[in-house]
Ligand binder design. Structure first.
Ligand code: ADP
Length: 373
C-alpha cells in the first residue's frame, strides 16, 4: 500500500459549549511518506488533533482528508489510521506474541494471516526472539516497541504517535529514536508525531508544526523553524536557550532604524529603512543568544554585567543585565567571563528580527512595519 497524504482543513474542536477551544482552526498538509511533528507545550491541542484524526473525537468544525476523502464521521476502525499512546496499552499478563496477535484475532483474521503479520512486525521491531516472553517482564522501551507493534500489525497507512517516548529513561529514549527513524525508512508510512520536546521533533521529523493555544504558529522544515521563526511564540520556544525577546520601540534615527528600550539601543539593518513607520512603533526585538558578542573592551558595545555563567561543555550560557534587561548569550567556554564581570555586549544588526506586539508575526520581511505592528 502506498502511504497516504493527510490534510487538515480549518480543523476545530471546542469543549464545554465553546468555553474551551482546544483546536482553533488548523490547516496542515502532510505529504505521503512524510514524518511531521506537532510540537508545542502541554495543553496546546496536540493530542486533541491526533484524536480527531484517528476518530476518537469528532471535530466541531473543519475537515480531515486522507488521500483527498473526508474521514469525518467514518468510524475509527475504518480509517486505516493507527495511534500509539505514551501509556503503552500493552496487556502485561499476555506474552509479547499474544499482544501482537490479539487485535487481529478479535478482528477475525485467519491463523495463517495473523502468523505472517506478527512475524513481519516482530522482525521489523526486533521482537522476534521475545514472542514467548510475558510482557510483564519487559522494560520500558521494549514495552513501547510492543505497543507500536500492536498498531503496526493492523497495517495502518497513517501512523500517529502521541508522546511515545516520554515515559522512557534518557538512554532508552535515544535508542527508541534510532528505532523510529529506521521504522520510518523501512515502512515508508506517513507519520504524525506529537511531542513537547523540541530535540525529539528535530531529530525525527521532516517538518515541524509548532502549536500554541490551539493554533499552528509555523509549519516548516526543521532548520527553517530555527533560522527564521514566523511567530514570536516559535522564537521563544525553539532553541536552548531560546531567542532573546525584548519589547520596545522602533524609531528612525539619522544613522538608521534603531530599537530603543530604556537605555538599551540597538541599531538595525538598513533593510528596514523603506518600511519604517512615520512614528515610533512598539515591537519585539529578537536575537539568538549565540549571535551576542561579549568583550572586555569598554566602549565597543552596550555596558552589561554578568549575572550568571552556566558552563555546558565547549560553550557557556551567560546571563547578562543590560540596562536592567536580562539578555542571554552563548559564548565559547574558553575565555568566558566571570560572574559579576562588567562586559561590553554587542548585538549584531544582521542577527536582529522584529515581531509585532499585536499579532506576534515576524515583521522582518514584507509589509510596512508601522501598519503591521
Ligand atoms: P496537548 O496534547 O497539547 O497537551 P490537549 O489536546 O490534550 O493538549 O488539550 C488542549 C486543551 O483542551 C487543553 O486546554 C485541555 O485542558 C482541553 N481539553 C482536552 N480534552 C478536553 C475535554 N475532554 N474536555 C474539556 N477540555 C478538554
Amino acid at each position: 500500500m502506498t502511504a497516504p497524504k493527510l490534510e487538515l482543513i480549518g480543523l476545530r474542536k471546542e469543549y464545554d459549549d465553546g468555553a474551551v477551544v482546544a483546536v482553533d482552526g488548523i490547516d496542515l498538509q502532510i505529504a505521503p511518506g512524510e514524518t511531521v511533528a506537532l510540537l508545542g507545550p502541554s495543553g496546546c491541542g496536540k493530542s486533541t488533533t491526533l484524536n480527531m484524526v484517528v476518530g476518537l473525537e469528532d471535530p466541531s468544525g473543519g475537515d480531515i482528508r486522507i488521500d483527498g476523502s473526508s474521514v469525518v464521521g467514518v468510524p475509527p476502525g475504518k480509517r486505516n489510521v493507527g495511534l500509539v499512546f505514551q501509556d503503552y496499552a500493552v496487556f502485561t499478563h499476555m506474552s509479547v506474541g499474544r499482544n501482537l496477535s490479539f487485535g487481529l484475532e478479535v478482528a477475525g483474521l485467519g491463523r495463517a494471516e495473523i502468523t505472517q503479520r506478527v512475524g513481519e512486525v516482530a522482525e521489523l521491531l526486533g521482537l522476534g526472539d521475545m514472542l514467548r516472553e510475558k510482557a510483564a517482564t519487559l522494560g520500558g522501551s521494549q514495552l513501547q516497541r510492543v505497543a507500536i507493534g500492536r498498531t503496526l500489525v493492523t497495517r495502518p497507512a497513517l501512523l500517529l504517535l502521541d508522546e511515545p517516548l516520554s515515559n522512557l529513561e534518557a538512554e532508552a529514549r535515544l535508542a527508541m529514536r534510532r528505532e523510529l527513524r529506521r521504522l520510518q525508512s523501512e515502512t515508508g508510512l506517513t507519520i504524525v508525531y506529537v511531542t513537547h520536546d523540541q530535540t525529539e521533533a528535530i531529530s525525527l521529523a521532516n517538518r515541524i508544526a509548532v502549536m500554541s493555544n490551539g493554533r499552528i504558529r509555523q509549519f516548516d522544515a526543521t532548520q527553517t523553524v530555527y533560522d527564521d521563526p514566523a511567530h514570536v511564540f516559535v522564537a521563544g520556544f525553539i532553541g536552548s536557550p531560546a531567542m532573546n525577546l525584548v519589547k520596545g520601540d522602533l524609531k528612525s534615527d539619522p544613522a538608521g532604524p534603531v530599537f530603543v528600550r530604556d537605555g538599551l539601543q540597538v541599531g538595525l539593518q538598513h533593510r528596514f529603512v523603506d518600511r519604517m513607520p512615520p512614528h515610533p512603533t512598539r515591537v519585539v526585538l529578537g536575537f539568538r543568544p549565540d549571535a551576542v558578542r561579549l568583550s572586555d573592551k569598554a566602549g565597543t558595545g552596550l555596558p552589561g554585567r554578568v549575572t550568571l555563567v552556566a558552563p555546558r561543555g565547549p560553550e557557556a550560557v551567560v546571563s547578562l543585565d543590560v540596562h536592567g534587561i536580562e539578555i542571554t548569550a552563548i559564548v565559547p567556554a574558553i575565555g568566558r567571563p566571570d560572574d559579576g564581570a562588567e562586559v561590553a555586549v554587542e548585538i549584531p544588526p544582521e542577527a536582529c528580527v522584529l515581531f509585532s506586539t499585536e499579532t506576534g508575526r515576524n515583521l522582518s520581511t514584507g509589509e510596512p512595519l508601522g501598519a503591521a505592528a
